[in-house]
Write a protein that binds this ligand. Sequence first.
Ligand code: ATP
Ligand code: MG
Length: 594
Amino acid sequence: MSNRNDTAVRQAILISAARPGVAQWSRMEAFLRERYGEDVELVWQKDASLRNGFRLEIGDDVYDWSLEGRMRQLAHHVHEALRGAGDVIPLLRSAIEEWQPEALAQNTGTVLTVEDGIATVSGLPDAFYGEILIFSDGVRGMVQNLERDEIGCILFGDDSAVEQGSPVYRTNRVAGIPVGEGFLGRVVDALGSPIDGGAPVEAEAYRPMESPAPDIIARQPVNQPMETGLIAIDSMFPIGRGQRELIIGDRQTGKTAVALDTILNQRGKDVVCIYVAIGQKASSVSQLVNSLRRRGAMDYTIVVNASASDPAPLQYVAPYAGCAMGEYFMEKGQDVLIVYDDLSKHAVAYRALSLLLGRSPGREAYPGDVFYLHSRLLERAAHLSDELGGGSMTALPIVETQAGDVSAYIPTNIISITDGQLFLESDLFFSGQRPAVNIGLSVSRVGGDAQTPAMKRATGSIRLDLAQYREMEVFTQFSSDLDESTRRQLRYGQGLMRLLRQKQYHPLQQHEQVILLIAAQAHAFLDFEIDEIESVAQRLLAHVSEAEHALCQKIDQAGSLSPEERAQLKDSCVDFLSAEAAKKKDVIRDAKRP
Ligand code: ATP
Ligand code: MG
């Protein structure tokens, strides 16, 4: 320090974090010459804390051009300027007096370690859980662990750009996602950026990915149907708008197909669909998008994709991002259907993150809060009260089981969170019974209230009939001589099961389901072989839809069906099917004639 006040040869000290360039150096020398004459020697001194700007000291003269220095000067200046102004702007004055430029310096942290998409950062004592931090190269990260001297952060993006010692900046914002009408028809990543090669999307708003679920006061009972178009589901396990219905089953049992058909069935019904793909192969997702697009379903659908090749942090946030997008529409009063395909992979991604963050593993190595991971997501599905616009968000989470084991950790968690499950079974699927809904293990706890009167009246006792059939099937497996009534009941059950089969991409309208159910319960299919049922059913639908056009329209639009109308439909079905059966007998008799 002694040389600072050395007056014989005046020395000027330039203090900055990085050595100045040649041009800067000569500009500085020119400045000094002009101010202090020829006999000034310029030396450089390093100070890593001066990240923005520099300081120049000559004897007692200090030129502070660092960021903090400039801020201090500004504050001082404004203070001085206001001094004579009396009480004109006391608020402004107090605000400026409270302002401390030093606080700014705390907003920069330093990367301690970075590995596998996880960074630990020191020097951001005020960062909060869930806050977004900016790393070098614009990589974003999210605060997940808050410890005494460091914070753990998950990185969204390429972690190779982030190096040990590189700076980290706070944003004071939680993770958010752009939302808006513009996203309909688009495929986006977990952060809302389009990945379908199309133009950028103009967002109407930003929403936090995580937000609290609507409370009880904000909700109303689930009382409108969300039709899947699958007769096995709509008749026995009806889903209501705002409900959460789990689709669960082993791999390759048609889980995605059920969700996909449900999306296809929303065509023209003013429902916004969101499909969140988590940890799937990019090729499967693009196939799914193609098949939605070919069938005109992308017009009202958003696909959020965090594929298996994306880093675990992106897979972790994807469902929350999709949910936030859905909430935007729900709060506008629209109905939303959201599919999470699937939450087992989501839990696995979260487990990977948690282990890397050093959280202690619990059952099946999942972290202790894995239940909360899914409950806080699924709780956000709701049917909002009329004061809040009456919108709804129906959630169809998908879970993959191993060898049909529904008692594993993640399946039991999600079963207990949701309002029912559709259990899809491999054996049924491979025997050709598709959709492979296991009628004994599936349930829908709230959707019954949402069924239309027409569906309720048509469904009748079909679930019970099928339960009886399955029991009888087991009992009679080995007996050869069955009495006529048992044989008829078995035939009836087999016929019902056959009617519940449905080709993929062929959702049925409500009136079609009503016709099939009424005809089946009138035992009108008993005159046909099991293998004939599919084609007979097709002809029946074509005929009755035409003959009872007005009634069918009423069922589709108003969802109502009076007992008289049911009888009328039943007569129409029975007449047609008896005529068909008679025709068949004639054909057989003709064939037998010599
Ligand atoms: P993964 O576990 O791989 O996700 P998944 O359970 O989602 O499988 P899907 O991909 O939906 O099963 O279906 C598996 C295969 O079965 C697909 O090829 C699909 O086309 C076919 N499939 C699904 N449902 C039906 C159906 N109702 N009729 C005919 N084929 C079907
Ligand atoms: Mg699938």
